[in-house]
Ligand binder design. Structure first.
Ligand code: ZN
Length: 265
């Protein structure tokens, strides 16, 4: 784990990258901040989490770090121990944690509940939607630390790295660490309702677009050519053929629209 800081004093905000080692976009955003060293109005902690996985360009070494929180100093896995150290490092901070996906190019935010923080910050980020994990937050960073997660785009792309940079600066502006104003927008909120399992197969296909409603009776995915059909309408989220080992992604319901906040400061 690599920890750096912008500004002096004890940070109450943190920017976190590299929770997953095969998602380099956030690391690029942090390196750029360290190169530019912008003058900050509040101290900011910068954390590159899973350096070992980043070096190997794999999602994780022993287990998924974003399912390993709160972790344990005596855990038998690298990520179990790292989760514990990360919680200690981020104690007292609001964290902004960057990810990238194999499922959706446009940035969106992920929160574990529509808290005051989420309602205040998410509309000020250049994202197109907010996903609320509700009951599917076990082991994720935001189960231990107040966190806004963002999906910056497709894994390994230049666009995801550029988005990570824009998102980080918008976040730092929204929390008053960087000067200036943000642009507020209305955001749809999607609440996860189910995981969409996939059976063991050689080839996987997904026929639907994330965040676009799938009608009851529509085929949405296939494993080795065997088609799965929607029992009821749902919105697919984080759904891709090969993004996760044992699930296609999640089913969500559209619950609300976050209104733009009246003041951008
Ligand atoms: Zn990730």
């Amino acid at each position: 784990m690599r920890v750096a800081q912008l500004g002096s004093g004890t940070p109450e905000i943190a920017v976190v990258a590299g929770i997953h080692g095969d998602e380099p976009c956030g690391v690029r955003a942090i390196e750029r901040l360290l190169d530019d060293r912008p003058a900050v109005e509040r101290p900011v902690k910068l954390v590159v989490a899973n350096e070992e996985a980043l070096e190997r360009q794999v999602r994780y070494v022993d287990e998924d770090l974003n399912r390993a929180f709160p972790g344990d100093p005596d855990a038998t896995t690298h990520e179990g121990r790292l989760a514990d150290r990360l919680v200690e490092e981020l104690d007292g901070c609001l964290a902004f944690s960057m990810h990238s996906t194999q499922s959706h190019a446009e940035p969106f935010a992920i929160v574990n509940g529509v808290s005051e923080i989420a309602t205040d910050i998410c509309p000020q980020l250049p994202v197109s939607a907010v996903v609320e994990t509700s009951t599917f937050s076990q082991g994720r960073l935001f189960s231990s630390i107040d966190t806004v997660e963002v999906e910056c785009g497709m894994q390994g792309t230049e666009t995801a790295a550029e988005n990570a940079d824009r998102l980080t600066r918008a976040f730092l502006t929204a929390v008053g660490a960087l000067p200036g104003d943000t642009v507020s927008r209305e955001l749809p909120i999607f609440r996860l309702t189910d995981v969409i399992p996939k059976t063991e197969a050689d080839t996987y296909e997904v026929f639907v677009e994330n965040f676009t409603e799938v009608d009851s009776g529509s085929p949405f995915a296939a494993a080795d050519g065997e088609t799965q059909v929607a029992d009821e309408p749902f919105y697919p989220v984080l759904m891709s053929p090969n993004g996760y080992r044992d699930v296609f992604g999640y089913a969500a319901e559209k619950v609300d629209v976050l209104p733009t906040s009246t003041a951008a400061d």
